[in-house]
Write a protein that binds this ligand. Structure first.
Ligand SMILES: [Zn+2]
Ligand SMILES: [Zn+2]
Length: 258
């Protein structure tokens, strides 16, 4: 029996950019012992994080891309921390390359303090394909096709467990390869149909997500980033696929490494 901590993932938000009554936009809380990482911090995630753990107990935040439904709740979350002196230590917030240039105007727009975020957040920018460690968890951001620059997170836990968090993406062969044999693959299932999506695809239909999961062969796949009204049909499509795939439910928890 290993004394290394269990890898625990909680879905804080399963919705899209459109507000839903029962869930937030994108947000996943990953914990291993005392280490806790929030992946994405979309609208509605900050209060749910307080319910599940508390921003004060986070070890880091990692943002996959800078659409509002993946990072805008960094603003309300900041109010969980003290005003005045610069916090020590500050909470590491990993943004995409160039991301801090977008954070500064947001501070000006919503606060009288230009240092609104940086007094509390240790803002860092990750480098594409370059892994970084947060406690016993390793995170490697891998670029993926979306409407804006976006990254899939290749996450390795304390016992070598692997989670691939796709983030927003069009159909991406590289993610299928990346997720081969992963313990958990998390894919978006935003679209009802691909008709109307940009020619350079930026989201997945449920059929496309299930197809990617089938070809990747991950042990389990969670679907996220869908309208609540579609949960029932997505549940049915997952069941009919014959795969170990389910839509994530708000506050649903998965433990790996037992
Ligand atoms: Zn997006
Ligand atoms: Zn999104």
């Amino acid at each position: 029996m290993s004394d290394r901590p269990i890898f625990r993932l909680t879905a804080l938000g399963t919705g899209t950019a459109a507000p839903e009554p029962d869930t937030a936009a994108s947000g996943l809380l990953l914990q291993a012992g005392e280490t806790a990482i929030l992946f994405d911090c979309g609208a509605g995630v900050a209060p749910r994080l307080q319910q599940a753990l508390g921003a004060e107990r986070l070890s880091a935040v990692v943002i996959g891309h800078q659409h509002a439904d993946h990072w805008i709740d960094l603003a309300p979350m900041r109010y969980r921390f003290a005003w005045g002196e610069r916090a020590t230590p500050r909470l590491p917030v990993y943004l995409p390359p160039g991301g801090s240039e977008r954070l500064t105007p947001l501070a000006f727009a919503i606060s009288e303090r230009p240092s609104f975020f940086v007094d509390t957040y240790d803002v860092r920018e990750y480098v594409s394909e370059e892994a970084f460690a947060v406690g016993p968890i390793t995170v490697r951001p891998v670029p993926v096709q979306h409407y804006v620059p976006a990254w899939t997170m290749d996450i390795t836990g304390p016992r070598g467990e692997r989670i691939v968090y796709g983030g927003d993406m069009g159909p991406t062969e590289a993610t299928v390869e990346l997720a081969r044999g992963a313990d958990l693959l998390i894919l978006e299932a935003t679209l009802e149909t691909s008709v109307g999506d940009d020619p350079r695809r930026g989201h997945l239909t449920t059929e496309e997500a299930i197809d990617m999961a089938r070809r990747a062969g991950a042990k389990h796949t969670w679907l996220v980033h869908f309208r609540t009204a579609r949960r029932e049909i997505i549940t049915r499509m997952c069941a009919e696929s014959g795969l170990d795939i389910t839509p994530a439910l708000p506050f649903q928890r998965i433990e790996l490494g037992r």
